[in-house]
Design a protein around this ligand. Structure first.
Ligand code: 0A1
Ligand code: ZN
Length: 856
């Protein structure tokens, strides 16, 4: 239901609660349609504020009874709206009291997958950000932290909640979580589940029971996740000195989940796609994501759970830091260089795109209508980049000191970004007042560089600018760490990496004592989340591609040459320069380099990256032409590097049984890239053989994609016959067919797949496979000049919004780039945005997103 007037919440309006919670007891009697929840909550007065009303959040609850200190409350003793229950201060005992209430809820009818809901016959919960209020009346705000005791009454064989198990007899299980936590970390799971179990001995010698709970039949796909969990636990002890703090750590895989996973205390709930893996069903990329996400949720135990956020504006406090930590972990597990390139690719694809459009917002936003709309690339990924910069600026020792102080000073608290920055200031003595702007200012800064060489001195003159973003016209200069190294004309590094600190709009930096003009390698390791407007000539970039000692910039040199080549092809049909093709081939052929890195060098900029490149170059992007030009360049590269690619295809064979480790998966990545490039040249025979002999999903899917591109229709039938029983593989089947449809057929394909018997639009993964398949993986199809893609998306968003507003709102971001396109496409998209905005009963989630996209 549309709220009468969706309210905007402002950070500046934060006030502490009138009442703290000392302890919570919850009793659940589970039933799909009629679940009873009894709560006993001990409130104590917050003596820091004037004595005030008791404010409880509550949504979609049937209130059966309520009492204070055992005396039942009649309806005239409280006020109740659709979203809250308030007991006036004069009806409350002076300093402390026990609130008891019984409510009724209906998990089976909860299609929004927020609060207590059902997935595949099991009960599960999702309470972040504000889902607990759909379970019972409670001060559902992260600064109210309390220990929880939970009793679950249900005939289901497995009954789980947070913390440690206390008791189990018959239908009833009791759990106690001694660590004070906000309600968003509450979780309950009940189902006919099986566990894959193991244990972990912490460095202080405590034994922790580890369980991964899955649906019967999936237990063979849990080993990898368990290994990842143990690696993450070890890593957090070794690198951050953080130890796990309960007797048991449970993970549950559920099929219907709006996001990736959730860090509920001691009971992480995962989208099954980020837990279940076997070589036959999961790709190398899936394995990598499982390891990263298992680690992310586990790391939240300290950065998020032990220290949480005071309010939802501080979301980046836990998310930016936890992403930063999971990226460090993945770098240690899989290789730092490749991991960094991968992170930057994601950042540019998702966060730069967000920052450049109407949805731009600061890492710490100042207002929101629906907080679920701010689980964004900016909060997560730019939030992580900001921490990376901080670490670079204060040094590794300074970072370690600051983190130690953070954990000791704020353990058990709900903290703010101000607290976070203060520990860095106190630990290192550095003034971070200007640095704080990274949290407050939206938009991607651009830095431009001019250089000069005179009498042995090389000068870099660097300028920064951040363009206005919606609602934020004035921007101030930021502190930008620019890591720079200098390379001599012979390819030798003459100055190793130095971090220049740009603090003003314009600044010069000098390098003395050089014998000749060097080639600068700027923004090494992508030392700041900025756009570097500096394009050295072809020769210089080819030199960096061949010789830069910084792997990120070595890759970046190739990427920027590819981008410029594509733009020149688009502008006036200029063919790719032979020297560019040669330079690329030389790197790809270099077997002293990591195969995963070579695969990344061969990967062309995405269609969205080219779209943005066109806009930056003053051209109107044409999605169809971009798609064709990108394919044409791939064919040119394949033609020029044919022998190398054939050799790679023949050599990069992984022997023995499957392993998702970085070395074999890097080899597969390079070999499958070669296959993809060679297939249009040589025809589908090689891909067919690859498909027929594949022993793992990485190879099968790579061949499947090639065959779809080659117009093989029979392979989709074979794939479906083989995998129709496996829901996660079937998601891939749906997505790849849309992704590899010819742009002019893509909407037609997506439509017919959405009518397929296996299409279940209520399952977020399946919905994302088809609708997201079109918008995210087939941009030329989505932007078909007829506007059919836009109408298709709008139709589905409206339909989904009625049952699952959160996922509908997320998927609507496919429209966020609408102003980049020609006026005809803009008009077609605007028509759809207006249609959505005008629909009856639109959710607060989608109303906010569409409103922001139209306004910005
Ligand atoms: N905190 C989780 C992400 C998450 C957020 C919201 C959710 O439901 C609305 C679910 C998960 C994480 O960072 O992994
Ligand atoms: Zn997180």
């Amino acid at each position: 239901m549309r709220d009468a007037a969706p309210q905007t919440i402002h950070l500046s309006d934060y006030t502490p609660p009138n009442w703290w919670v000392e302890a919570v007891e919850l009793d659940f009697t589970l039933d799909p349609k009629v679940t009873r929840v009894t709560s006993r909550i001990r409130f104590v007065r917050n003596t820091q504020v004037a004595r005030g009303d008791l404010h409880l959040d509550g949504e979609a609850l049937t209130l059966i009874s309520a009492s204070i200190d055992g005396a039942s409350l009649s309806e005239n003793e409280y006020q109740r709206t659709d979203t809250a229950l308030t007991v006036p201060a004069d009806r409350l005992p002076e300093d402390a009291f026990t609130w008891e209430a019984e409510v009724q809820i209906s998990p089976a009818e909860n299609t929004a997958l927020e609060g207590l809901y059902m997935s595949g016959g099991m009960y599960c919960t999702q309470c972040e950000a504000e889902g607990f209020r759909k379970i019972t009346y409670y001060p559902d705000r992260p600064d109210v932290m309390a220990p929880f005791t939970v009793r679950i009454d249900s005939p289901m064989p497995v009954l789980l909640s947070n913390g440690n198990p206390v008791d189990r007899h018959g239908h009833i299980a009791e759990w106690h979580d001694p660590w004070p936590k906000p309600a968003y970390l509450f979780a309950l799971v009940a189902g006919d589940l099986v566990a894959y179990s193991d244990h972990f001995i912490t460095r202080s010698g405590r034994t922790v029971a580890l369980n991964i709970w899955v649906r019967r039949g999936d237990e063979g796909k849990t080993h990898y996740a368990m290994g990842a969990l143990k690696r993450a636990m070890t890593w957090d002890e070794e690198v951050y000195a953080r130890e796990y703090d309960l007797d048991v750590f449970n993970i549950v895989a559920v099929d219907d989940f709006n996001m990736g996973a959730m860090e509920n205390k001691g009971l992480n709930v995962f989208n099954s796609k980020y837990v279940l893996a076997s070589p036959e069903t999961a790709t190398d990329r899936d394995y990598e994501l499982i390891e990263g996400i298992i680690a992310h949720e586990y790391f939240h135990n300290w950065t998020g759970n032990r220290i949480t956020c005071r309010d939802w504006f501080q979301l980046c406090l836990k998310e930016g830091l936890t992403v930063f930590r999971d990226q460090q972990f993945s770098g240690d597990m899989r290789g730092e260089a490749v991991q960094r390139i991968d992170n930057v690719l994601q950042l540019r694809a998702r966060q730069f795109r967000e920052d450049a459009g109407p949805l731009a917002h600061p890492v710490r936003p100042e207002s929101f209508v629906e907080i679920n709309n701010f689980y964004s690339a900016t909060v997560y990924e730019k939030g992580a980049e900001v921490i990376g910069m901080l670490k670079r600026l204060v040094g590794d020792d300074g970072y370690d000191k600051a983190l130690d102080l953070y954990f000791t000073r704020h353990d058990g608290e709900a903290a703010t970004i101000e607290d976070w920055l203060r520990v860095f200031e106190d630990a290192t003595g550095r003034d971070l007042s200007q640095f704080k702007l990274w949290y407050l200012q939206a938009g991607t800064p651009r830095i431009s560089v001019r250089d000069d060489f005179k009498n042995g001195t090389y000068i870099l003159d660097i300028t920064q600018v951040t363009n206005p973003t919606s609602g934020q016209a004035d921007k101030h200069p930021l502190v930008i760490p620019v890591a720079v190294g200098l390379i001599g004309a012979d390819g030798e590094e003459v100055v190793p990496t130095r971090v220049l600190e740009l603090t003003q709009t314009r600044q010069s930096f000098r390098f003395e004592g050089l014998s000749a003009r060097p080639v600068p390698s700027i923004l090494r390791g992508f030392s700041a989340p900025v756009i570097l407007d500096y394009t050295p000539g072809f020769e210089d970039r080819a030199l960096l591609l061949a010789h830069d000692t910084d792997p990120f910039n070595k890759w970046e040199a190739g990427r920027s040459l590819s981008r410029d080549t594509l733009l020149a092809m688009l502008r006036d049909g200029t063919p790719p320069a032979a020297a560019f093709l040669d330079a690329l081939t030389t790197v790809v052929r270099d077997d002293t380099l990591d195969p995963a890195f070579r695969a990344l060098v061969l990967a062309l900029p995405s269609e969205h990256e080219i779209t943005q490149g066109c806009v930056d170059a003053g051209m109107v992007p044409d999605p169809t032409q971009i798609h064709e030009t990108r394919k044409a360049l791939a064919d040119r590269i394949a033609g020029a590097a044919r022998d190398t690619l054939e050799a790679i295809y023949n050599q990069m064979v992984t022997a023995g049984s499957y392993s998702s480790d970085s070395v074999p998966s890097g080899k597969r990545a390079l070999r499958n890239t070669a296959l993809r490039l060679l297939t249009p040249l040589d025809g589908p025979a090689r891909a067919r053989a690859h498909y027929d002999t594949a022993t793992n999903m990485t190879d099968q899917l790579a061949a499947f994609a090639c065959l779809l591109d080659a117009g093989d229709t029979e392979v989709a039938v074979r794939f479906h016959d083989q995998w129709q029983h496996d829901r996660l593989v079937l998601d891939k089947w749906f997505m790849l067919q849309v992704a590899h449809a010819k742009p002019q057929d893509a909407v037609k394909y997506a439509k017919s797949l959405s009518e397929h018997i296996d299409f279940d639009w209520k399952n977020p993964n399946r919905f994302r496979s088809v609708i997201g398949g079109l918008t995210a993986t087939n941009p030329a199809g989505f932007h078909d000049p007829s506007g059919a893609g836009y109408a298709f998306l709008a139709d589905w968003l409206l339909r989904l919004d009625a049952i699952n507003p959160q996922t509908a709102a997320r998927m609507s971001t496919a429209f966020e780039t609408w102003r980049l396109f020609d006026v005809d496409r803009q008009a077609l998209i605007e028509e759809q945005l207006r249609r959505i905005a005008g629909a009856d009963g639109l959710s607060r989630d989608l109303t906010e997103m569409v409103g922001r996209m139209m306004a910005g």
